[in-house]
Design a protein around this ligand. Structure first.
Ligand code: ZN
Ligand code: ZN
Length: 174
């Protein structure tokens, strides 16, 4: 068990919990499989299929973060994380394997943290592609509220450029 790394993840997340331990091990498994530690920029991309506690350990250990645009949330509700190395094209999808853990929360967490990360996940190829690099968009001022937003989020409604807060939604299930 790598105590210093785990403690650092706990400090980043705010508390120790079994969910954080899952992300901790997912990040370590990805590092082992891809032979890569953490991202200075967007060379490593993580697609997380959940927005639970474990994502914080993934962010801390791999430096795939929301702010850099190399942490992408693709909700499926699964304890699954994919990692892509842009330079080599290597990719991996890790899916948490069900197995009998201690019932008690603290014991479960400790058992997960102490386990060999290579044994905890099914390893497959992602069934989705790595997204393009983060783009920069011009800022447009909403003609209703006056707040600026990225061009991507502007809607044209009755000839006015509106932000998504101000535009009426029209959902036909497309
Ligand atoms: Zn937590
Ligand atoms: Zn607006």
């Amino acid at each position: 068990m790598n105590d210093a790394q785990w403690e650092a993840c706990v400090a980043f997340h705010g508390h120790a919990c079994p969910g954080l331990a899952i992300g901790f091990q997912a990040a370590r498994a990805a590092q082992i499989h891809l032979g890569f530690q953490s991202a200075a920029d967007e060379e490593l991309v993580c697609i997380t299929e959940n927005d639970a506690c474990g994502v914080d350990a993934v962010q801390y250990l791999t430096s795939c973060t929301m702010g850099k645009g190399n942490l992408i949330f693709r909700p499926s509700g699964k304890q699954a994380f994919s990692f892509f190395l842009r330079e080599t094209g290597a990719s991996i999808r890790l899916v948490w394997k069900p197995r009998a853990w201690p019932e008690e929360r603290q014991a479960k967490m400790e058992a997960i943290v102490a386990a060999d990360p290579a044994e905890l996940f099914s390893v497959t190829e992602p069934h989705y592609d790595v997204p393009e690099k983060a783009r920069l968009f011009d800022t447009i001022t909403c003609e209703n509220c006056g707040e600026g937003t990225a061009e991507l989020f502007i809607r044209l409604q009755n000839g006015r450029q509106l932000c998504t807060d101000c535009a009426d939604t029209y959902n036909r299930g497309w």
